[in-house]
Design a protein around this ligand. Structure first.
Ligand code: CP
Ligand code: NVA
Length: 307
């Protein structure tokens, strides 16, 4: 059966390690090259990725497209409303049909169960490009970025503050796999889902939940924020009000370790979840993090296609 990339906890630690190592190596091998030049050996020559978007995207769309070009392959992008999916054709039939045309499919979906249903009916690998539940590709790029900055993931303390959302869930899934601990500071109503915490327990991950950002950030090597209002969240005003005390400010960063790094998957809202002084300051890695979407996903694509 095809190698899907739906959630990090589905993969063995060794497989995730292999993907990250490949991402580091591929990035180094093409340093300084024009961005459209094909990698040595064109590992995905003749391969095509279909990308389906139910929600907006800048990074995911461009990084997967450029990634396929660099690997010597190509990609086709559509929004679900361009497709018969938007007129009620089933996910199952769409998966069966696209499997006849392309070599892999990336989906950004509103509902995680649609990606699972797609994968269950596809005969080619399916990659989760963000759902309401998780964002595994993002976390591979984030971990690549932290390793590049010199951080040893095993034994590191990462702190997530704000909304315990889809990106947070993928960090929870990654913790045991890479041996870092995760401190999560959220208001009770925006705490991570029980289902994800149960997965962490089964994997014997160290996840510490706190009610405040201050407690979560104390002694952290990395501080991570995300938007307070994710795509699909209806209650923007209420969220901004409740989450305001969880904003990453310079004062909050001072509670973390001296050389703590700041991550944010972007898009960011300066003055909401993070102050400009932090995200545009010396501790921030956010643009390396965005760049690494490209390198990490190229490695994910090669792993999926076993090339
Ligand atoms: N971080 C991220 O997934 O960005 P996009 O929504 O722009 O793809
Ligand atoms: N949590 C955000 C991440 C965007 C990349 C969202 O789902 O909108």
């Amino acid at each position: 059966s095809p190698r899907h990339f739906i959630d990090l906890w589905h993969l063995e630690s060794a497989e995730l390690r292999e993907i990250l190592d490949m991402a580091h190596a591929m990035k180094k091998a093409r340093a300084g090259w024009p961005k459209g030049r094909v990698d040595t050996g064109a590992p995905l020559e003749g391969h095509t990725l279909a990308m389906i978007f139910e929600k907006s995207s800048t990074r995911t769309r461009f990084s997967f497209d450029m990634g396929m070009r660099q690997l010597g392959g190509s990609s086709i992008t559509a929004t679900s409303s361009d497709m018969q999916l938007g007129r009620g054709e089933t996910v199952e039939d769409t998966a069966r049909v696209l499997s006849r045309f392309v070599d892999a499919v990336m989906i950004r979906a509103n509902d995680h169960s649609d990606v699972e249903a797609f994968a269950a009916n596809a005969s080619v690998p399916v990659i989760n490009g963000l759902t309401d539940r998780s964002h595994p590709c993002q976390i591979m790029a984030d971990l690549q970025t932290l390793e590049e900055s010199g951080l040893e993931l095993r034994g590191a303390r990462l702190a997530w503050v704000g909304d315990g959302n889809n990106v947070c869930a993928s960090f929870i899934h990654a913790a045991a796999k890479f041996g870092f601990s995760l401190a999560v500071g959220t208001p009770a109503r925006f705490a991570p889902d029980d289902e994800d915490l149960e997965i962490a327990r089964e994997l014997q991950a160290r996840i510490d939940l706190y009610d405040t950002a201050e407690e979560a950030v104390a002694g952290a090597d990395v501080v991570i924020a995300d938007t307070f209002v994710s795509m699909g969240d209806a209650d923007a005003e209420r969220r901004l009000e409740i989450l305001e005390p969880y904003a990453v400010t310079e004062e909050l960063m001072e509670l973390a370790n001296g050389d703590a790094k700041f991550l944010h998957c972007l898009p960011a809202h300066r003055g909401e979840e993070v102050d400009a002084e932090v995200i545009d300051g010396p501790q921030s890695l956010v643009f390396d993090e965005a760049e690494n979407r490209l390198h990490a996903q190229k490695a994910v694509l090669r792993w999926c296609l076993n090339k």
